[in-house]
Design a protein around this ligand. Structure first.
Ligand code: GDP
Length: 140
């Protein structure tokens, strides 16, 4: 096992329902440590840049509108196998298909308003962390 860092977002549907602490508790219970965190509101340009990989998908414009609709919490999470562990505790993209006990099963509203983002590979984790945090903002 390797100590890894991954990038996480608590999305606007969760901040709107005051679920930030409950989401963080799930992450910590899974053995992940929050080593950087900030609450921000993204501009359209911020969201378009972050989700550029999805720009050809039919839901891209809706996703950008959603991610700019309210505050979000950006995080760097650290732990053994943090990337896979975070994906596991998040649950499937569609909450109807998510395993019980996962963040999305318990908190997500639907496939778009699904409460959290988590990097899906080491390469994307490094790129997403670098896009959103300065090195000195990450304190492990
Ligand atoms: P993730 O890695 O599980 O977050 O899923 P994806 O990378 O496939 O999609 C990114 C985000 O786009 C998801 O977390 C959802 O917020 C949104 N999304 C994914 N699929 C759909 C869809 O079919 N419809 C809509 N409206 N949004 C979607």
């Amino acid at each position: 096992m390797a100590l890894e860092r991954t990038f996480s977002i608590i999305k606007p549907d969760a901040t709107a329902r005051n679920l930030t602490g409950k989401v963080i508790a799930k992450l910590e219970d899974a053995g992940l440590r929050v080593v950087a965190q900030k609450r921000v509101k993204w501009s359209k340009a911020d969201a378009e840049k972050f989700y550029a990989v999805h720009s050809a998908r039919p839901f891209y414009n809706d996703l950008v509108a959603f991610m700019t609709s309210g505050p979000i919490v950006l995080q760097v999470l650290e732990g053994e196998n943090a990337i896979a562990k975070n994906r596991e505790v998040m649950g499937a993209t569609d909450p109807a298909k998510a395993d019980s006990g996962t963040i999305r099963k318990e908190f997500a509203e639907n496939i778009e308003r699904n409460s959290v983002h988590g990097s899906d590979s080491a390469e994307n984790a490094a790129a997403e962390i670098a896009l959103c945090f300065r090195l000195e903002e990450i304190v492990g």
